[in-house]
Every structure is written in C-alpha cells, then in structure tokens.
Design a protein around this ligand. Structure first.
Ligand code: TYD
Length: 340
C-alpha cells in the first residue's frame, strides 16, 4: 500500500515506519513536524530506502497534507502524530488540543476528500481514565482526566464521527503504556534509566503504587499494522501488553538491571490528577490475529541495554531543551522529596 504515516520521527512512529517499509513492503511517506520529541535520527537508516520519503511539516497544515495525499496517491493513513506527555499537557494544554484534536481533524478531512481507503488513528488507553479494578473494553465510557487524554479522546471521537457521518473507513487503536528504544527521555522508563546511568535521583510520583500495563513498542506496531490490514471500519481496538506492574516495582527492576542502588529512588510530590491504574481488555484485537510477544522482563532488559549503548542518542537530548523542562517539572519536587 501507499501509506502516509504522520509522526514517523517520533518514538512509536519511527518503529512503525521501519516495520511497514522493511517488513511490510509498503511505500511510506513520513510527515513529521519535528517538534521537541521528533528526531530525524530515529529513522536515519531509512533515508536512502526506495520505498521511503520524509517530509517536514505539520498535520494541521491543510495545503501540505492535501498535496502529499494527492502527489503520492496515498491509499492509507496512519496518524501517529501527537503531543503525548501528560506532564507537559499540565504545563501547556493548548498545544495538545491543537495537534491531537485540530490537527487530527485536518488530516481526516483531507484524507476523506482524497478518497483514502483506510485511516488508522493511533490513540491511547488513557481515554478511559483511571480504572481501579477490572479492564476497559472498547465500549466503555470515556473519562479522560488530563489535558493529554482529553485531547486524545476528542481526536478519537472526531475520527469515529467520520465513519458515522461519511462512511469514511476509520479505525482507532488504544494502546497501553509503550516502552522500548528511541523513546524520548521524559517518559517514565527512559527517564529513570538515563537518570540511573548518571547516578541521578529517580523522581517517583506519590506513593509509587500506580499501575501501568507495559507494551513493547514492537508489539504495539504489529498491532497497528494488523488493524490497518484487518480492522473493521468504524471500530476501536484496545492494545494491552499484558504486563501490569506497579511503578515502584519497575523502578526497582531497572535499577537492578543497571546494578544501581534503590537509594536513587526519590518519592516526590504527585502529578495532579494522577491516574492510579490503566488496564485494557484486548480480546477484540486478538480475534483478528494479534497478540503480544515480548515478556516485560525481556523487553525491559533489551531497553535498558539500548540506552546503555546509545548515550550518543540521548545525551544531546537531555542537555538541550530538556533541561529547562526538567527543572520546571522536577527541580522543586526533588529538593523537597524523600528517599526510599
Ligand atoms: P508516563 O511515562 O508519563 O506515562 P503515563 O502517565 O502516560 O502513564 O508515566 C508512567 C507512570 O510513571 C505514571 O504512573 C507516572 C509515573 N511517573 C513517575 O512516577 N515519575 C516520573 O518522573 C514520570 C515521568 C512518570
């Protein structure tokens, strides 16, 4: 297929683009705005590939999106472009609404006009809100609680309305917490791994007993590809890793993999509105032939190893724009935090 993948220089997007081009045999046009977490280095190995093209631009740029869809005769779109970090959405909610709702709307409308055959909206299990017990199914109510998850929920609803209203063949995926190589080090696992490598404190929010279901990035990408090929238009598919863990346990496990002491853990003031737990039921997706393949213990080990070997990837990131963000987000909290 001729595909437009947006956000293909980001974490999940870059793994997805590589999989679609190299293993899937698809032709991929990658449109990425290269904002703070988009990194051309994530796809540098694909630059000379005959089935791959990169374009720098925003999904909210209607003229650019229209031109790319027409010139490349795009048949399928995967929207993996998004503002994704909950903590940043607390500092700057407006940019989340712009990209995750307005940008998605522009992409949908231009894709529909261009006669695109399949449109996959990459979303998140966070739209269901905090799930204290049990698991969320695709029919569950949306109770997003952060500006990030509220914006993603808005994008999901807009996407689904294109099926109801125009019979434009859209599908929505809702993945759980994803981890792996090339993840921008603001997220929990890469932040803690890179801090630990440098013997810096690991800022654990609240009591550290929040629970997340960890999904390896390769499993997440395989799920998106499965939905692209076999998903039913108008449907939502949850993607869970089947690896539910407490944050404190993950922090201890990665410290042990790095041979670092637990005393690096610092309990800091909690994130406002912090969701206690996410857990999804992925049976609908397994029915169309997907299941997770990476056990968390293996995936975490590989990921820790990757960050250990790729300091040249993350050190420039952590010394740039990231510094001001880190100070704003963690400076005071770390000064007031307590050790494990
Ligand atoms: P994160 O990677 O931000 O993903 P999300 O909030 O979207 O699930 O955080 C994962 C969990 O780790 C979440 O419960 C918040 C917690 N966390 C910390 O305790 N400290 C941190 O510095 C970060 C970034 C996250």
């Amino acid at each position: 297929m001729k595909l437009l993948v947006t956000g293909g220089a980001g974490f999940i997007g870059s793994h997805l683009v590589r999989r679609l081009v190299v293993q899937g045999g698809h032709q991929v046009v990658n449109l990425d705005a290269l904002k703070y977490s988009g990194n051309p280095a994530n796809t540098h190995d694909l630059n000379s590939h005959a089935r791959y093209r990169f374009f720098h631009g925003d999904i909210a740029d209607q003229a650019l999106v229209k031109r790319l869809l027409e010139e490349h005769r795009i048949e399928g779109v995967i929207n993996a472009a998004a503002e994704t970090h909950v903590d940043r959405s607390i500092l700057d909610p407006g940019s989340f609404a712009n990209t995750d709702v307005v940008g998605t709307g522009v992409l949908l409308e231009e894709a529909r006009r261009a006669g695109v055959k399949r449109f996959v909206q990459v979303s998140t299990d966070e739209v269901y809100g905090s799930v204290e017990t049990g698991t969320s199914t695709e029919e569950d109510r949306l109770v997003p609680r952060s500006p990030y998850s509220a914006s993603k929920a808005g994008g999901d609803l807009l996407t689904l309305s294109f099926w109801t209203t125009y019979r434009f063949p859209v599908m929505v995926t809702r993945g759980s917490n994803t981890y792996g190589p090339n993840q921008y080090p603001e997220k929990f696992i890469p932040l803690f791994v890179t801090n630990a490598i440098d013997d810096q404190p690991l800022p654990l929010y609240g009591d550290g007993c929040q629970r997340r279901d960890w999904l390896a990035v390769e499993d997440h990408c395989a799920a998106i590809e499965r939905v692209l090929s076999d998903g039913e238009p108008g449907q939502i598919y949850n993607i869970g890793g089947g690896n539910e863990r407490e944050n404190l346990a993950v922090a201890e496990q990665l410290l042990s993999l790095l041979g670092k002491p637990k005393s690096l853990i610092r309990f800091v003031e909690d994130r406002p509105g912090h969701d206690r737990r996410y857990a999804v039921d992925s049976r609908k997706l397994t029915k169309i032939g997907w299941q997770p393949t990476v056990p968390f213990d293996d995936g975490l080990k590989t990921t820790v190893e990757w960050y250990r070997k790729h300091e040249s990837w993350w050190r420039p990131i952590k010394s740039g724009e990231f510094r001001a963000y880190y100070e704003a987000m963690y400076g005071k909290r770390l000064r007031e935090g307590s050790s494990a």
